[in-house]
Design a protein around this ligand. Structure first.
Ligand code: ADP
Ligand code: ZN
Length: 710
């Protein structure tokens, strides 16, 4: 069995060996057993049901909660030569009937559908007439009422156990905790399923957390090392998302905003661009992410603190799905804590719920101020032990300096107490530094014993100290008291001199700047490889546009990188590159060989940015008039460029213009009426005077030209 599985793996997917427990899982399911698979993002869950599906014969039915994910998977399988389909609400009645016929005739190998579709009685009885290879239940944690992604429809999937007693079922999730796991087993009737638990470590992600000083500047320093890479910048509020996106655009980045306050079309459009183009920086609230399968997200940056380690792990986990080096970077400050606490307080839910949230935030803060390996600390929180420090996080690489902060901490706490437990950090630091300003004078704080006792330390050091006191729970933010600091019970032993306190010394800014670029993600390709790398990517982009799929569906970055490094000289060598299966070799092998050999016919010059932008707008369904508005140029120019793109086969006529079919036929006939060459636009135009713009005729003519050249 395993041998056959390896054969399918190589032949269809182009991979040489299984990763982690993939082999064992595939064997189990291919032999008809049930399985519960817990594997982190990027671990390779899809193959766990795709390979057994192909081995068993019959139809593999995959339940997936999101249409976008389904379409992505279907496109990917299509490129691999595996007949797949998604059954969802975007299909017309006719398309659905058509699909039903293909399913009956056994022409489809993999069917993706949403849970609510699957459990419709008609659907179930339809499937009972077919030969079913297996059921895969993706994102199985959606069955858990306690999780964030609860989908009531998932609860009904348990009935598959009885209705299809002989069909193996495999449930998959990237959510690790025990409670969710038990819920999946119970609700999906998977009591006999073999459990496969992988490590949740994401070894290719480099973690770095820095104190927030000048966030925009810090972000630019981080991004500066990653020009041309795709990534996500998370912010807490919608307004901040808009501001940062605009700021990054000004700075020359292709940045797009994404949050729930934007119109649905804009969100869909921005998401599509993020998937289809390279090097887009998505500035987003947490509304962005679920269902983003883009494998080559090279970094995730947080400008605000997530509310829990679970959220941090999930959000950073969207980086580096392809296994290549990726970065998780975060700037955090005391202000974040205040904001989150305010949000928590205003949220609904009982006291118990709020206490749980508070504990989660505390764990997140502890990671920020962690002095040991961040990865060890994070995995420990998820009950997983990493025996050695990882060597791949800021703490491991830079080392952490700690210092004995016992005495300054007492002074800082005392300043909180003496000023009445109602002032924020700014004022407290002023008092400690002995600043003689209005606020200090009016409050009468010059008379305090702590006034000016802190002159031995810089302002930044005092701020860092307060931040760490809050993070460690020695001081607390008083929300009723307008965000002033107050003491907690925990600080008593320190104040009484019974304990000492070791704190983290913040990295000096110049160290931080150097460190920001010190991680390896940005060094994916070396300078001397850059030209060929870009040529490979350009070919991939062109093929992707032709096929209407995202570039990574043609080949993932890891495959292009291996081509670059191993320099295959013929098709046989090309076939050995990881990720090049039989179908893709046949379709694309030659074209990529030519790029590598540098013998590729000279390409038309890269479309200018404007053209590229224009093509994407047209594909997104904007009319020429709307495009003209968006790009601030005349409609005439838009038509001229559209016609060029159509003639160059970079855009389909239907993508450029939305015309009624009868009119389209009439227009084409007008050009095709005469003998010989196509008449110029000026000859045809009088026939349509006042009915269609001249630009429309240009586009139609361009489409005919492109077609005739074939
Ligand atoms: P998950 O669903 O667990 O997040 P995917 O199934 O999307 O992960 O796989 C992540 C990436 O790893 C994909 O690009 C996939 O093609 C690749 N991959 C999976 N298994 C293997 C393997 N055995 N060898 C090489 N690449 C693999
Ligand atoms: Zn580490």
């Amino acid at each position: 069995m395993l041998e056959q599985a390896l054969h399918v793996l190589k032949d269809v997917f182009g991979y040489d060996s299984f990763r982690g427990s993939q082999g064992a899982i595939i064997e189990r399911v291919a032999n008809g057993g049930d399985a519960l698979v817990l594997m982190p993002t990027g671990g390779g869950k899809s193959l766990c049901y795709q390979v057994p599906g192909l081995l068993r014969g019959g139809l593999a039915v995959i339940v997936s909660p999101l249409i976008a994910l389904m379409d992505d998977q279907v496109a990917t399988l299509d490129e691999l030569g595996v007949p797949a389909a998604a059954l969802n609400s975007t299909l017309s009645a006719e398309q659905q009937r058509d699909l039903a016929v293909r399913l009956r005739q056994g022409e489809v190998k993999m069917l993706y559908l949403a849970p609510e579709r699957l459990v419709q009685p008609r659907m179930l009885s339809f499937l009972q007439q077919l030969d079913i290879a297996l059921f895969a239940i993706d994102e199985a944690h959606c069955v858990s009422q306690w999780g964030h992604d609860f989908r009531p429809e998932y609860m009904q999937l348990g009935q598959l156990a009885e209705l299809f007693a002989d069909v193996p079922r495999i449930a998959l999730t990237a959510t690790a905790d025990k409670r969710t796991r038990e819920e999946i087993v119970n609700r999906l009737q998977l009591h006999d399923a073999e459990r496969f638990l992988s490590s949740f470590d994401r070894p290719n992600i480099f973690y770095r957390i820095v104190p927030k000083e000048q966030p925009r500047k810090q972000l630019l320093a981080f991004l500066g090392q990653r020009k041309g890479d795709a990534g996500i910048v998370y912010c807490l509020s919608r307004k901040k998302v808009d501001d940062i996106a605009a700021f990054l655009c000004e700075q020359g980045y292709s940045a797009l905003p994404y949050h729930a306050g934007l119109p649905a079309e804009v969100r869909a459009y921005n998401q599509k661009r993020f998937l289809n183009e390279e090097g887009i920086v998505m500035v987003a609230t947490v509304a962005f992410g679920m269902g983003i399968d883009k494998p080559n997200v090279r970094f995730v940056a947080h400008l605000d603190l997530p509310k829990s380690l679970e959220a941090y792990y999930q959000e950073t986990g969207r980086a580096g799905r392809d296994g290549l080096p990726a970065d998780a970077w975060m700037a955090y400050g005391l202000q974040d804590v205040l904001m989150l606490k305010q949000m928590m307080q205003n949220s609904e839910g009982d006291e118990r719920h709020k206490r749980v949230e508070q504990h989660k935030l505390d764990a997140m803060l502890a990671l920020c101020e962690e002095t040991r390996c961040r990865r060890q600390a994070m995995l420990a929180y998820f009950d997983e032990e990493l025996p050695q420090p990882c060597g791949h996080c800021d703490n491991c690489v830079d080392g952490v300096q700690t210092w004995d902060a016992t005495e300054p901490a007492r002074q800082a706490l005392s300043a909180i107490y003496r000023t009445g437990q109602r002032y924020g950090v700014g004022h407290l630091v002023d008092v400690l530094l002995g600043k003689d300003n209005d606020k200090v004078r009016q409050a009468g704080h010059r008379q305090l014993a702590v006034f000016g006792v802190g002159k031995g330390q810089a302002e930044g050091e005092w701020r860092s100290l307060y931040r760490q006191l809050v993070a460690r729970g020695l001081a607390d933010i008083d929300l009723e008291g307008f965000g002033g600091l107050r003491l907690t019970e925990t600080c008593r032993p320190l104040l009484r001199g019974e304990t000492t306190l070791q704190l983290r010394r913040d990295a000096k800014p110049q160290v931080a700047a150097r460190g920001a670029g010190g991680s390896p993600a940005s060094q994916l390709v070396r300078a001397e490889e850059r030209e060929q790398w870009e040529a490979l990517r350009a070919l991939r982009r062109r093929l992707a546009e032709e096929h209407g799929v995202p570039p990574y569906v043609i080949f993932p970055d890891s495959t292009l990188l291996e081509m670059l490094r191993s320099q295959p000289g013929n098709l046989a060598d090309m076939g050995r590159v990881s990720g090049v299966g039989a179908r893709k070799l046949e379709r694309y092998g030659q074209a990529f060989l030519e790029v590598l050999a540098g013998t590729e016919a000279p390409q038309a010059p890269e479309p200018s940015d404007l053209r590229h932008e224009l093509a994407s707008l047209a594909r997104a369904g904007m009319t020429p008039a709307q495009i003209a508005g968006q790009l601030k140029c005349s409609e005439k120019n838009v038509y001229a460029l559209l016609a060029e793109l159509i003639a160059g086969r970079q855009l389909a006529l239907e993508q450029a213009l939305d015309l009624p079919e009868t009119l389209m036929v009439e227009l084409q006939d007008a050009f095709l009426d005469g003998e010989g060459e196509l008449p110029p636009v000026s000859e045809v135009q009088p026939l349509f005077a006042g009915r269609v713009a001249e630009g429309v005729l240009q586009c139609v003519r361009a489409a005919l030209l492109a077609e005739f050249e074939l």
